[in-house]
Design a protein. Structure first.
Lengths: 159, 404
């Protein structure tokens, strides 16, 4: 039950509005942000967007120009509580993680163990779960805030 | 490895040069390591030049100023079938100065490549590259350096840099995967930058012929793929010697033999079935240093190592787990893989060991995310793994494929 989001005129107006906003403040999405941050991500990714209701939340799927598909999970209260993506390259994580980016970057720095590890990224912290797997030309990942998951929604729903 | 075992391998190699069918793949644990040939280069699994690696296979690569005999041989270059392109840490290039690639407007070209957990950044330069008896001429490579040009913040993307020997754990990466180039289309995939000044680099398109390229694809012959050959490892060992063989079915020493071909999709992935569930997006990758698959919500006996153990990100089961999964090629080929996962904390306690046949870790957290199998270097112990390059012709199936 996917439907196109808005007419092309509305989209153009939205792009213009976002461009205006961008001149005064960076249009960072998205995790933890409001529904407007999904639009910022869509513009940043130069993508098209479809929406799909899934019970207590809505999944916004952005098909980016470079082949990456980003799904943003928006709660009934209008907050992005999770993001999932797959594509040939890792998307702009600062854009997608927004205020959670610094926590993510710190966790990456701390992931060094006793032995060199070239393996999936698994960050499982209070307040933030991020995982990225794959290899060049085929990466996939998810990020979510456990405390923000709507009741009845589990990690397994974020794909 | 003991001297006795080295002798055994040497004798096997000698016998090989007189018998038919040598170098052929076998899915059993009695693979034969090809010892000689103009298309053969030795590889070794050890701790690497930073003395930090677990399950890293390393090769020697000679880079030359194009068209000259000004060359330098660099060892400790990680053999990575999960990426494509040669990348050398700038500090390892001590005696050769390679020409810089320039964009049409004359600005130097740099590249950013993100791996899992780190990124490489630095100028694209041109070299003649020799590995074993094979040579690629005037080949674009990436020189890893944080100082020639300032990495744009989008390049880091929240990852630490891997542009030094210490941070990479190697003197470079020898990407000999299924892709012919790292990007493969003229958009540049967002990987390529041109630098108007040392501190100002912006993304740019890049002609495919100018892109950092799988060196094998540029060899005049034996250019349709490689065979990575490492002997079986029983438990863990201090070091393991093997061979990197260039070409598939192009010489008497690189035939498919009894290997099964598993064709893969355009994202270089196939399916793996575990416990009646099929996991797409799965792959074989010598650059991953363990078996990375699923998580303990799917395989309950596997336990994550504690986050402060030095083995964080690996599995630490209380007893060694014997598991099996089935690889399924896009061509319908199917084969069961038996493997074992031991306690990584215990494995790492023996500081002399660098080759671990039973090292593994999770690919996801708590049942979420796209679960998959990553058959890392332990899979290569005892399998001769054929990696064919996209767009080439190779025996046994449509490229790209893996065979073993």
């Amino acid at each position: 039950m996917a439907k196109q989001d808005g007419s092309s005129i509305r989209l153009k107006m939205l792009v213009m509005a976002a461009a205006v906003v961008a001149t005064v403040a960076p249009a960072w999405g998205s995790l933890g942000g409001g529904a407007a941050s999904v639009q910022a991500d869509q513009i940043h990714l130069q993508g098209t967007r479809t929406m799909k209701a899934a019970g207590s939340y809505t999944v916004h799927e952005i098909q980016a120009a470079n082949g990456t598909v980003v799904r943003e999970y928006v709660s009934a209260a209008g907050k992005v509580f999770a993001i999932a993506w797959h594509g040939p390259w890792i998307p702009d994580m600062r854009q997608l993680l927004g205020n959670y980016f610094d926590q993510y970057a710190r966790a990456n720095q701390a992931q060094r163990g006793a032995r060199m590890r070239r393996a999936p990224i698994l960050i499982n912290q209070p307040g933030l779960v991020v995982q990225i797997g794959g290899h060049p030309r085929a990466f996939a990942g998810t990020a979510y805030v456990p405390e923000m998951l709507p009741s009845g929604v589990g990690a397994e729903n974020i794909q | 490895m003991t001297d006795f075992r080295k002798l055994l391998i040497a004798v096997t190699g000698l016998a090989c040069s007189f018998s038919v069918g040598c170098g052929g793949g076998s899915s059993s644990k009695t693979n034969v390591i090809t010892q000689s040939g103009s298309n053969v280069a030795p590889i070794v699994v050890n701790a690497g030049p930073a003395n930090s690696y677990a399950n890293g296979a390393f090769a020697s690569v000679t880079v030359c100023v194009p068209g000259t005999s000004t060359c330098q041989t660099i060892d400790g270059v990680l053999v990575d079938t999960g990426s494509s392109g040669l990348r050398i840490v700038s500090s390892a290039l001590t005696t050769v100065a390679l020409p810089q690639q320039k964009a049409s407007d004359g600005n130097p070209v740099a590249e950013c490549l993100q791996f899992l957990g780190s990124y490489t950044w630095g100028p694209v330069q041109t070299a003649d590259v020799q590995i074993g008896g094979e040579k690629a001429s005037a080949m674009p490579i990436q020189v890893l350096s944080d100082t020639d040009f300032t990495a744009p913040s989008a390049c880091s993307n929240g990852f630490p840099s891997a542009d030094t020997v210490a941070s990479l754990g190697a003197n470079g990466i020898l990407g000999i995967g299924n892709a012919a180039q790292d990007c493969g289309d003229s958009s540049g995939c967002g990987l390529y930058y041109e630098c108007a000044s040392t501190s100002s680099c912006t993304t740019t398109g890049e002609a495919v012929a100018q892109q950092v390229v799988n060196p094998v694809a540029l060899f005049p012959t034996d250019n349709n793929g490689v065979i990575v050959e490492l002997p079986a490892v029983s438990g863990s060992e201090a070091a393991v010697n093997g061979s990197l063989v260039f070409g598939i079915g192009t010489q008497s020493n690189n035939g498919l033999g009894g290997a099964t071909v598993y064709t893969i999709d355009p994202t270089f992935s196939f399916n793996v079935e575990y416990n009646s569930t099929t996991y797409g997006g799965s792959f074989i990758d010598s650059g991953s240093n363990g078996y990375f698959f699923l998580d303990s919500s799917i395989v309950p006996a596997l336990l994550d190592c504690s986050s402060n153990s030095g083995a964080t990100g690996f599995y630490c089961p209380t007893s060694t787990q014997n598991l099996s999964a089935t690889n399924k090629g896009i061509n319908g080929a199917s084969g069961t893989v038996n493997f074992s996962i031991a306690n990584a904390e215990t494995l790492f306690n023996n500081l002399n060991d660098t080759a671990f046949s039973q090292l593994g870790g999770p690919s996801i957290i708590s049942g979420s995310g796209p679960a998959y199998f990553d058959w890392g270097l332990p899979f290569f112990y005892g399998h001769n793994v054929y990696v064919s390059i996209e767009g080439t012709t190779a025996p046994g199936g449509t490229t790209p494929y893996w065979a073993y």
